[in-house]
Design a protein around this ligand. Structure first.
Ligand SMILES: N[C@@H](CCC[C@H](N)C(=O)O)C(=O)O
Length: 353
């Protein structure tokens, strides 16, 4: 069954419409549990099931049960998120510590982050907050905001082309759901001043870090730093060897050394980029607070800005990420960046907190 079939009214289906009343009849060896399914043609029928002496608690199947979190899992090109309907409160329904547990791929639901759909701020339609899988809170998430837009459309029962305003830690973001289901997002203007990114790299006379040298573990990398609300360090190669082959990188080894580099006081996301053509870039990403992910929307935007500033690409590019392509355009007219890509619901459920 298509996920969207379930998602029209997540709080009403399917668990909420199925109430089980349970009565047990003890016997020396076993308990017999009788289920009555209410409001159905089975209401007067009963079914006896033999269960072990200690009948399992079924309370966690009740969505109203306190202590469980109802969520929908989405992904944008494999960058995956647990979406929480938080429209009734300005406080996130889970703590950063709980987010870490939920994101665990063995002991939890598994995700790169938890995203909260919250009431608007200062007149915006909604507010989006996100916790990374390490529990830290970033300012913005590009793939996340596309998932957020599709989630809002489902829970608000919006259809067709839709656009709304979203307050984020990076300011106002405007996603627009297209007729084909893709989401085009006005990601705002890039920030280039070193102090605001933030990076301690000194930069040029305008305070911008474009093609500067960064020593990482004895190797000098050429980097351009961009903030899309969150910090990004973009590299096309080292001083000795321009022209990365991104598939050859040992990302788990090199990524953390950029993320925790002393030049980035708020840590950084890092994009390693290969130029396929002036309108086609290929990247891998090591994300702050989440590690190697299959895609990063803010990262893809930062990559196009860096490629333009370094004279490597046009302003409109397809950016290939491990999880698939994004279309990115940095418009001359308004200095704003537009990102277009998919977002898909994959499952929903209740997690015990
Ligand atoms: N994957 C995201 C970025 C999520 C936040 C990032 N890890 C950070 O800490 O800045 C995207 O698609 O932009």
């Amino acid at each position: 069954m298509a996920a969207s079939t379930f998602l029209c009214r997540p709080s009403h289906r399917p668990l909420a419409s199925t109430h089980f009343r349970c009565c047990s009849v003890p016997s020396p060896q076993t308990k017999f549990v009788t289920f009555f399914r209410s409001r159905s043609r089975w209401a007067s029928a009963s079914m006896s099931i033999e269960v072990p002496m200690k009948a399992p608690k079924l309370s966690f199947l009740d969505p109203k049960e306190s202590g469980s979190l109802h969520f929908v899992k989405y992904h944008g090109l494999g960058n995956d998120f647990i979406l929480v309907d938080n429209r009734d409160s300005v406080e996130p329904k889970v703590t950063p510590e709980q987010a870490v547990k939920l994101c665990d791929r063995n002991f939890g639901v598994g995700a790169d982050g938890v995203i909260f759909a919250m009431p608007g701020t200062n007149g915006t339609d909604y507010t989006m907050r996100i916790f990374n899988s390490d529990g830290s809170e970033p300012e913005m998430c590009g793939n996340g905001v596309r998932c957020f837009a599709r989630f809002i459309a489902e829970i608000e029962n919006f259809h067709g082309k839709q656009s709304f305003t979203v307050h984020t830690g990076a300011g106002l973001i405007v996603p627009e759901i297209q007729n084909d289901g893709q989401v085009r997002v006005d990601m705002g203007q890039p920030v280039l001043s070193a102090a605001d990114i933030p990076t301690k790299l000194r930069g040029n006379k305008d305070g911008e870090v474009i093609g500067d040298e960064l020593l990482v573990d004895g190797v000098t990398w050429k980097v351009t730093c961009v903030s899309m609300g969150n910090p990004h360090c973009v590299t096309f190669g080292t001083k000795e060897q321009e022209g990365l082959l991104v598939d050859d990188l040992d990302l788990p080894s090199i990524g953390p050394k950029f993320e925790h580099h002393a030049m980035f006081p708020s840590r950084t996301n890092t994009e390693f980029v290969q130029v396929i053509s002036p309108s086609h870039l290929k990247m891998r990403v090591w994300e702050r607070g989440a590690g190697a992910t299959l895609a990063c929307g803010t990262g893809a935007c930062a990559v196009v800005v860096a490629a333009v500033l370094e004279g490597r690409s046009e302003r409109k590019c397809v950016v290939d990420l491990p999880g698939g392509p994004l279309e990115i355009e940095w418009r001359v007219e308004d200095n704003r960046i537009y990102m277009t890509g998919p977002a898909e619901a994959v499952f929903f459920g209740s997690a015990l907190l």
